[in-house]
Write a protein that binds this ligand. Structure first.
Ligand SMILES: [Zn+2]
Length: 244
């Protein structure tokens, strides 16, 4: 059950959810792949709302060109390891949450060692290859997951319950065989707020997924266009030829 301090910390969301739900949230383990543009608001909200443990997989250092969108970081932290800076800030935000940082690049070879126990997996990477990898890991380990992508003023986000709902490959992976997804040459342009909007949406999907709430982006992909402020929910269905 919740302590008096926890009842006060989470008071505003306890007007919405029960103490049992909050206690349940405080026992859940989430693995987040990447802590950059999407991952900064994602991690902040997950930790602020109180989960049990957040594992962050990240290997990169902070650079000046990250700072238009990666709001976890400050100018004085350029050159520091993202994982270390994030861990310090997130622990200062809420000591209810255990923060683990894994300084490795997630691969087909190491994921079983890295992701030993998780109630939810969330992709906050900046490249298609990792998004497909997170998809395949979620399917293999049978962990529900959310994937989002951003560029310019556009984003997409979907959630998957393995082997029950359509996966990321059902939507994007039909023509490209496993492991052969190429990234475009050079980085894509992005308005910083696009990552903020989609990262916060990912936090919503993770929390709703952990609490098994309705209204999630299952068998659907939300297409977000912040230039014209249009949100399109596209129904997707399981592809019989897909690995899922
Ligand atoms: Zn699929």
């Amino acid at each position: 059950m919740l302590t008096d301090v926890q009842k006060e910390r989470y008071a505003r969301q306890l007007l919405e959810m029960s103490e049992e739900q909050q206690s349940s949230l405080l026992s859940k383990k989430v693995v987040q792949v990447g802590i950059g543009g999407l991952g900064s608001p994602l991690a902040y909200y997950l930790v602020a709302m109180g989960i049990g443990k957040l594992t962050i997989i990240e290997y990169d250092d902070i650079s000046l060109s990250n700072l238009n969108r990666q709001i976890m970081y400050s100018t004085s932290e350029i050159g520091s390891f993202k994982g270390k800076i994030s861990k310090d800030k997130l622990e200062a935000l809420n000591s209810d949450v255990e923060i683990e940082v894994i300084e490795e690049k997630l691969t087909q070879k190491n994921y079983k060692k890295i992701i030993r126990e998780a109630d939810y997996l969330v992709d906050a990477s900046d490249n298609a290859k990792t998004k497909f990898l997170v998809n395949d890991i979620g399917l293999d380990l049978n962990i529900p997951f959310t994937i989002a992508g951003v560029r310019e003023m556009e984003g997409q986000i979907m959630s998957v319950v393995p082997h029950e709902t359509a996966c990321y490959r059902c939507v994007f992976g039909k023509v490209k065989p496993k492991g052969l997804v190429n990234n475009p040459p050079g980085p894509l342009g992005i308005y910083g707020f696009t990552a903020g909007v989609l990262g916060a949406m990912q936090a919503a999907e993770v929390i709703k997924g952990l609490l098994k709430m309705d209204g999630r982006l299952l068998n659907s992909m939300l297409m977000v266009d912040l230039l014209y402020m249009q949100f399109l929910n596209v129904k997707v269905s399981k592809n019989n030829n897909c690995i899922c």
